[in-house]
Every structure is written in C-alpha cells, then in structure tokens.
Design a protein around this ligand. Structure first.
Ligand code: GLN
Ligand code: ZN
Length: 773
C-alpha cells in the first residue's frame, strides 16, 4: 500500500443548500419525516459518489448531520439531558437543537457554542453526575457506514473523539459542586469501544476520531485524561478482538507541546495534523512520527479558505513526510473537515457576469478533492503523471500573485506610512469627555440603541428588488428615506437621546461594507454552514483594500437632517470585517486588517466632516480572531487593537466614538478592550451574570459603558422593573455617571410591536434613574 488520500469531512448542505431547504420545510410541516430522511440519504449518497469519482481513498461517513455532528455524538452515546428524555427520535433531536413548543411540550433548546475559532456553531450537550452513557441501537455511525457500504463504498466513519467530546460539553447548571465532567471518561470510553467494535463487525477498517483539543493549551490533568482515555480504549478494543484502526485527527493549530502526548497515545494507528495552520509543529511531528510506527495524515489543502492550493508547495511538504516515514505511512488530506468550505465552484461559472479571473483563484470543497488527488498522484506516480494539472495550477497561482486587481501600490504605501500619532486620539479620555459633554449635552443615563431596527419582509423585498434592478435607484432611495424618517420619528417619540438611522439599507453588517470596498469580492453560491440550517456567504477579501467613495455618509446625514438630536453614524470595524470574510492568504492578516482600518478611518473622518457627532464602530468579532494558543494572543491583540485605533482616532476630541461588542466573553482580554479607548462601549450583558461587569470594575474601566439592559434575542418584552434591577446591579460595579442605557445588540430580528414596548420600558428605566440621581 502506497500513499493514500482522504478528507476529514465534506460539507453537508448540498450544491444548492438542499439540506437547508429540506430541514426548514420539515420544521414548517410541509415535508414529512420520511421525506426528510430520504432526501438526506440522497444528499449523502451524492456526496460519497462525488468523492469516489474524484478518487479519494479514505472517504468519511457520519460527517453528515441533520443539524450538528457534535449533537449527533451525544445522541449516539445516549447523553440526553433529562428534560428531553420523554421525547424520542427526530422530535427529541430537534428539541435539543431548537427547543420545542408544541403538543403540550415546552422545552428550551440547548445552547450553542462556536467551534474553536470557526464560524461553525455546535450544540454542546450538558453533563451531570446522572449522565449515563449508553450506545444507541443501530446508531447513526453504523447506519451511515452501512448505507455507504450498500453503494459499494467502504467509508472511514468519523466521530468526535472521547476527550474532545467531554471538553466540548458543558456542565449542567444543577450539577453538584465539585462535579468534574472529565470523571465521566471511563464510562464514556466504554461506549466508544462498543461503537468501534460494532463498526468493525460491520466491516469498517479505520475510524476517524477528532481530537482538536490536542492543539490547545491543555492542563496536566487534561493531558492525563488523554492518556487514560486512549489506554482504556485500546485495552477494551483488544478485549473485544477488534482490529479496527484509529486515526486521531487534530486541526486548526499545530500539536506544539502536545506532540509527544499525541504520538504516545496507545492504540492509535494514525495521526492527522493540520499543516496549513500548524506548520510550526511539522519538524516536531516528523521527529515524533519517525520514532513511532503510526501513519501520518498531512493536511496540506486548506479546509477553511477558498483559495486554490499551491500544489507545488503542498507536494514538497508531503515529500518531506514521505522521506521521513516512507510513502505507505503517509496520507494526503484536507487540513480539517471541508465543512468549513463552500460546496463547489461550479455554480460560480453559471449565470450572468462570470468573473473568470476571480474564479480561477479559488477552490471550493469539490475542487479541493481534486487537489488532494493530484498531490497524492504526484507523490505516488511522479509529477509527470499529473503534469497538466500541475501546470494549470502553477499558472493560476502565478496569475493571482501578479494580478493588477490584487496590488494597489497607493494602499500599500499608505499603510507603510502609518505613524504612531495615527493610533491615538488628540487628547486623553477625560479631556474628551469634557468637550463631548458640552457639545452633546446629554442627560445622565443616556439612552441609545445598537443600530438596526426591525428588518421587515417589505424592507428585504425592497433591497432584493433594487439588487435585481426591478426598482430604480431614485425609487429605492425614496423608499429607504421613508423608512429612515419613520425610524427617526419613532425614536424621537420614545424620547431616546442618541438616535440611529436603522440600517435598513444593509443586508448584513459585513457584506454591506464589503460590497463598497475595492479588493473585496463576492461569490454567487459560496455558502458555508454556520449552525443548523443557517448558512453564511462570506465576502472574499482578495486584494489590497481601499474605499473608492463614502459608504454611509449620505444615509446618515439624511437621517441627521430630520432631527436635532445627535444621529449616530454606524460602521463595521476592521476586525469584524476580517473575521467574517474569507481572507487572502498571501499577506499577514494584520496587513489586511490595517488596510480595512484605513478605509474605515476615512469614513469616520468623512462622517465627522458631514456634521455627525457620534460614530459607532461595531467590533462584535474582536474576540473571534484570538489564536487558539495563549502564547500567540499578545501579538494578535497588539495588531488588533492598533487596527481598531487606526480606524477610530482620526477625529477631533468632540466627536464621540462608540463601539459595540456582543458574544461578550472578554474578561480575559480586558487590557485590549481598555486600549481601544472608545468613548462609549456597549456590550451584551442582559443575560450574563455579573462576571463581565466585575471585570470592568476590577480594571476601573475609565470610559463610558453601556451594558445591555435587555436581551434582543427574544420577543419577550422585559418589564421596566427587570431593567431597573439590571441597572442597580450595574451600579454595584460601575458608577452611574458612566452608564448608558441600551439594548444588548441590534433590533433587526425583532418585530415592531415588541420593539416599541421594550424600548418604552428602557427609556422609562433611564428616566427613573435620572430622577433619583
Ligand atoms: N449595528 C449592528 C446592529 O445593530 C450590530 C450587530 C452586531 O453586533 N452583531 O445590527
Ligand atoms: Zn451585537
């Protein structure tokens, strides 16, 4: 057996997001359970056949999911929290994923968590002392393995590994103090052994166990749990006589200090490493692999970006592994599951306006399969064997590198010329506060909202029609101005202090800016699963970024012209634009972030010139960019803070800069948050305990803060008393003269009636505090 090829998982939505449409129709009741299941089966078959046709040797199964593969594992192992135990089948499954309020049942969903630093969200199951693992009969991994087998395809079943399973799970709120979820490892490994043996009995030769936690900073206890889990698993499998081989897959970073640990895990026959993000660890990995007899799966094709792989560079990396270990011990693979890639470029080539130059730079999941196979053949049979493919690839790579669309010398020169003085405001915060107080003359406990107002079906239709060209520019502007006027009047009537225009012109807070920036492109069908049936279509930052014209000034000044109250200009910050896009891989992310920052800076200055006195730069994604390893945090935070400062400090002292962040776990990056030096920061806080606010208190946060007083994710109207309690709690941490009263986030997902009711309560809350202040 010589070198082989594989992927760690395939995107499951289908070429045209068939799975999304199918599950949503099922939830609506227009598709039956049988139709859903047979439709899903068809999608799986199609995807296995694509991989087989492209020539992938180790094709995964059980990477498919109706909602989330981590939740699937919980079901496979019977880790069902008590409140769902009276339900069964799909009803139970979707109740855990989305909650259920029907047929006399009323259960909330499980929470959702970001999967490492991706934009994929998984459903963490909650564990307790009462958790009893039990392997489901005819479990999903077995079913799907047999399904593929019936098509003549012997797959490599995938399942999250036991240690990562526990580390990804949460501890149930009512678990007794001192409960440690890692103590469940022995009983969990028991069911893993049963599953693996059963898969073996059905004919599986290899199993892929994902253990991505092997790339993060593990505590000594967690490291010990790894050794214990795999020692136990190996002995249990041996006892059953199982001969199934285990591939332990790691990704998103290098193994680093866990290299020895990973290669010493008993009973493991292959280890997968990510050479796109973990190239730093490659030498150590090769050394450890040479000392063992495990196979090495090298992830050389990026599963998380849309660029064509540089095949020549990839072949060189694979050759290094082959030289060290011998070809029979090397597997060529995607860096991680292709779940994080769009399905296929094919759709980009159809329809109107095909940008062939741009498309030629990219590779989606189906094309990545081809790349993996070409690399494998080049190493196995020689480069000559695939010379056309290699030639075409080299040509595309070269064309991209030299394209005039990528390089903008003016932008590069401007970035080089950035001076430290461009990273700080003219005066420190206390001096700015005095000027701003005089200029804005706001009451204590000023009220504002985060930017968006309800995005009604009518608004969405207007935008879609304008995009299609079925309504003309002036008609579009008239309709949106009408909406803005309505939103402004609405806020005045509620007596809100700092107004917003409502963001009616924006589909999405990143796409809106991306569409107006040079160096940013869009795909027609480049959807990637975000959670459940929800997909996102990130912009593609391919070149030097610049702003050919003002992006928001016209709408904002129109809104300001309707009121004497301050109108807040609304912008998306450089880090959020970076994190929620596919980013070019030919220069450090830092440079790209700072180029975007310069564009945002120009917009900020233009807004100020146009008379806008309050400007908010949203950075909900600042934490998302954090590297997985703590040792790399400082360097990221340094340039991230600089990028924000570059975007926000071009204004005079009297202009009030706001920022907004949600998904607010940032107690551990408080230094960076303070360094952003925004005059006012609004954060999500209505749902969280006081931990976050205490972090601001501990640091004596010097500027103004607007912790959300109500949760915007629910249509429930929080009563005034509840909001007052929130403010009282906030005042235990922060002095009242620094506090703003605002929602947790934008109101775009809400409907008008509840928005009106809840904002009324919000304004009343602020006024109640002013009265006693
Ligand atoms: N200004 C945006 C809005 O109000 C902010 C969204 C966000 O933080 N995710 O919708
Ligand atoms: Zn938000």
């Amino acid at each position: 057996m010589s070198i082989t090829s594989s992927i760690l998982g395939f995107p499951r939505m289908g070429a045209n997001r068939e799975l999304k449409h199918l599950t949503e129709a099922f939830w609506k009741g227009t598709v039956t359970e049988a139709e859903l299941l047979s439709g899903a089966k068809e999608i799986r078959e199609k995807h296995w056949k694509i991989q087989e046709a492209k020539g992938i040797d180790a094709i995964p199964s059980n990477d498919f999911s109706l909602y989330d593969h981590i939740l699937d594992a919980a079901v496979t192992f019977g880790a069902i929290p008590p409140r769902y135990q009276s339900l069964s089948g799909l009803k139970q499954y979707f109740a855990m994923a989305r909650g259920l309020q029907a047929d006399g049942v009323d259960v909330a969903s499980l929470p959702m968590s970001k999967y490492f630093d991706t934009n994929y969200h998984y459903v963490p199951v909650s564990l307790n002392t009462t958790t009893e693992f039990k392997l489901a009969t005819n479990s999903k991994p077995v079913q799907e393995f047999n399904e593929a087998k019936a098509l003549g395809i012997k797959t490599r079943p995938y399942i999250v590994g036991p240690v990562s399973f526990l580390l990804l799970a949460r501890v149930s709120k009512d678990a007794p103090v001192g409960f440690n979820k890692l103590n469940l490892i022995d009983s969990l490994v028991d069911v893993y052994a049963q599953l693996i043996a059963e898969l073996g009995a059905n004919g599986a030769e290899w199993i892929q166990l994902d253990e991505p936690h092997l790339v993060v900073d593990l505590t000594p206890v967690e490291q010990a749990v790894y050794t214990r889990a795999y020692t136990l698993l190996a002995s249990k499998l041996k006892a059953t006589g199982s001969t199934v081989k285990l591939l332990v897959a790691t990704y998103f970073e290098g193994l680093g200090n866990n290299t020895e640990l990973a290669f010493a895990l008993p009973g493991v026959s292959a280890i997968h490493v990510d050479l796109v993000r973990g190239i730093d660890s490659f030498d150590g990995v090769l050394a450890a692999a040479s000392k063992s007899n495990v196979k090495l799966s090298v992830g050389v094709v990026n599963g998380r970006n849309v660029w064509k792989a540089d095949l020549d560079a990839a072949i060189k990396l694979v050759t290094r592994a082959v030289d060290a270990l011998g070809a029979e011990r090397v597997i060529v693979a995607s860096s991680c599951s292709l779940l994080h890639s769009p399905h296929s470029l094919e759709a980009e080539l159809t329809g109107a306006k095909v940008d062939t130059e741009f498309i030629d730079w990219m590779s989606f999941a189906v094309q990545k399969l081809e790349e993996i196979v070409v690399i494998t053949k080049a190493v196995k049979l020689g480069r000559d064997f695939v010379k056309e493919a290699l030639f075409a690839n080299a040509k595309s790579i070269l064309a991209r590198a030299h394209s005039a669309r990528i390089h903008n010398p003016a932008v590069q020169a401007r970035l080089k010329a950035v001076q430290p003085s461009m990273l700080t405001r003219k005066s420190p915060y206390p001096a700015r506060r005095t000027v701003q107080n005089k200029l804005l003359n706001l009451p204590r406990y000023p009220t504002t909202t985060i930017g968006s107002f309800p995005q009604t079906a009518t608004l969405r239709r207007i935008r879609a029609q304008f995009k299609k060209g079925s309504i003309a520019q002036d008609e579009y502007e008239r309709l949106l101005k009408e909406e803005i006027a309505h939103v402004v009047k609405f806020q005045e009537e509620l007596d809100i202090d700092v107004l917003v225009h409502g963001e009616a012109e924006r589909n999405d807070m990143v796409e809106y800016f991306g569409e107006q920036l040079d160096g940013v492109g869009f795909t027609k069908n480049g959807w990637v699963q975000s959670y459940g049936s929800r997909c996102v279509k990130p912009p593609v930052i391919y070149g030097d970024v610049s702003r050919p014209a003002a992006m928001t000034v016209a709408w904002t000044t129109y809104a300001q012209s309707l009121t004497s109250r301050p109108m807040k200009g609304m912008l998306t910050g450089p880090l959020t634009i970076l994190c929620w896009s596919f980013v070019r891989d030919d220069q450090p992310r830092e440079f790209t972030a700072k180029q975007i920052a310069l564009a945002v800076r120009d917009e900020v200055v233009d807004l100020e010139k146009a008379g806008i006195k309050v400007i908010q730069i949203d950075e909900p994604a600042i934490r998302e960019g954090l590297p997985l390893r703590r040792t790399k945090w400082d360097s990221y935070l340094k340039w991230a803070v600089d990028a924000f400062l570059l975007s926000s400090t071009g204004v005079n002292d009297g202009t009030q800069i706001h920022s907004h962040m949600c998904y607010s776990d940032f107690e551990d990056i408080m230094d960076a948050i303070i360094q952003l030096d925004c005059d006012v920061l609004s954060i999500e806080s209505a749902k969280s305990d006081l931990k976050l606010l205490q972090a601001f208190q501990a640091r004596e946060y010097p500027n103004e803060l607007g912790p959300g007083v109500f949760d915007i994710h629910t249509q429930r109207v929080a009563p005034t008393d509840e909001m007052k309690t929130r403010v009282v709690e906030m005042e235990t941490c922060l002095s009242g003269d620094r506090l703003w009263v605002n929602p947790d986030c934008g109101l775009k997902t809400r409907a008008w009636p509840e928005t009106e009711a809840v904002l009324k309560n919000m304004v009343q809350t602020a006024k109640a505090f002013r009265a006693i202040a």
